[in-house]
Write a protein that binds this ligand. Structure first.
Ligand code: NAD
Length: 359
């Protein structure tokens, strides 16, 4: 029986990395029945909504999706489809492994960090009140009545909330992941010294949950110090668990440590379904140029294979990607130490990975 998987090509560079990945998956000997889902600007034009119900239903039914990045209009227009998918399907855990593959030119070798980002709360809630709106006015009044220093009249508001429930399940997810993958340490990252009722809550729940996992070391670090330590000595970290916004920023930082967004895969996971997508966005300026690195998407597909229980195929795919990196002949521009060196195209990288798989 083929695996039924929802396939979201996305936009910008999305269709290129998704197609390369689909070609690579096709030679692994595992059959897929892809159900295509159109979202974002194309869906807005075709169906009048950037996230059609049909796509949500398809993911709910198949329980697994492979997704390319989707552009979010800045400042105006529809809100992020990527965030909406995570929220609507309650995919509360974003899993982003960042590991150096031999052959990648980076000042750091042997980095192997797994970022676990909370996906449904925090400043990503999308709850916002525009400058000058009646809601902003009411909020300003409430703030003043509550004894805080008045907020300027010309302010907009973005709401940050963090719950005990949300914190507990993401920290548990991080510890369960650590245990299942023989990891030694979980680091909770926060700014509890400043945001006592949100990050403070996250931290106190993390400390409580940590007591249930005596076999795994636990530490907590404030987010600014965590960034400094990551850049100074990334080997200090193993599994990191973070509220949504810090998780977003720190996962790009970690991607930078291991060679960049071109090799940073990811997954958004709920209790019984998951969407696999790279950390990177739709990089619109490279759209249609056959130039960008498809490896992050391929490594996301590797995570999907693991999720489907196809461990051997997952290992073969990762090894093929790692071999292409180690060989250094077919690498896209982002992995070239000297930008003036000729680089491989997206499709040439896919061909090189396929060649390795066929050996
Ligand atoms: P981005 O990740 O798309 O690109 C930033 C830069 O990183 C690119 O210009 C490029 O230099 C490099 N890069 C990214 N992916 C690469 C790859 N595979 N190979 C080589 N280089 C790569 O970030 P952005 O420019 O901030 O965002 C563009 C759009 O993508 C925005 O609309 C944003 O909202 C959206 N976005 C979507 C997702 C998602 O779909 N999950 C995630 C992040 C951003």
């Amino acid at each position: 029986m083929p695996y039924k998987v929802t396939l979201i090509p996305g936009d910008g560079i999305g269709p290129e990395v998704v197609e390369s990945t689909r070609r690579v998956l096709a030679v692994l000997g595992i059959e897929f029945d892809w159900e295509i889902g159109i979202v974002g600007e194309a869906a807005q034009q075709q169906f009048g909504t950037p996230l059609p119900d049909k796509v949500l239903e398809s993911i709910k039914k198949n329980k697994v999706a492979l997704k390319g990045p989707v552009t979010t209009p800045i400042g105006t227009g529809f809100r992020s489809v990527n965030v909406a998918l995570r929220q609507r399907l309650d995919l509360y855990a974003c899993l982003r492994p960042c590991k150096t593959y031999p052959g990648i030119h980076t000042p750091f070798q042997n980095v192997d960090i797994v970022v676990v980002r909370e996906n449904t709360e925090d400043l990503y809630s999308g709850i916002e009140f525009a400058r000058g709106s009646s809601e902003s006015e009411k909020l300003r009044e409430l703030i003043t009545k509550s004894g805080y220093k008045p907020v300027r009249e010309d302010s907009g508001f973005s709401i940050k909330f963090i719950s005990e429930t949300g914190s507990r399940r993401i920290v548990k997810f991080a510890f369960e992941y650590a245990r299942a993958n023989r990891r030694k340490k979980v680091t909770a990252v926060h700014k509890a010294n400043i945001m006592k009722f949100t990050d403070g809550l996250f931290l106190s729940v993390a400390r409580e949950v940590a007591k249930e996992y005596a076999d795994i070391e636990f530490e907590d670090v404030v987010v600014d110090a965590a960034c400094m330590r990551l850049v100074k000595n990334p080997k200090l970290f193993d599994v990191m668990v973070l509220p949504n916004l810090y998780g977003d920023i720190v996962s790009d930082l970690c991607a930078g440590l291991v060679g960049g967004l071109g090799v940073a895969p990811g997954a958004n996971m709920g209790d019984n379904m998951a969407i696999f997508e790279p950390t990177h966005g739709s990089a619109p300026k490279y759209r249609g140029q056959n130039k960008i690195n498809p490896m992050a998407m391929m490594l996301s597909a590797k995570m999907m294979l693991l999720y489907l229980g196809e461990k051997q195929a997952a290992e073969r795919l990762e090894k093929a990607v790692a071999d292409v990196i180690a060989e250094g002949k077919k690498l896209t521009y982002d992995l070239k130490p000297d930008p003036s060196e000729p680089a491989a195209t997206t499709s040439e990288v896919a061909d090189a990975v396929i060649e390795k798989l066929k050996k």
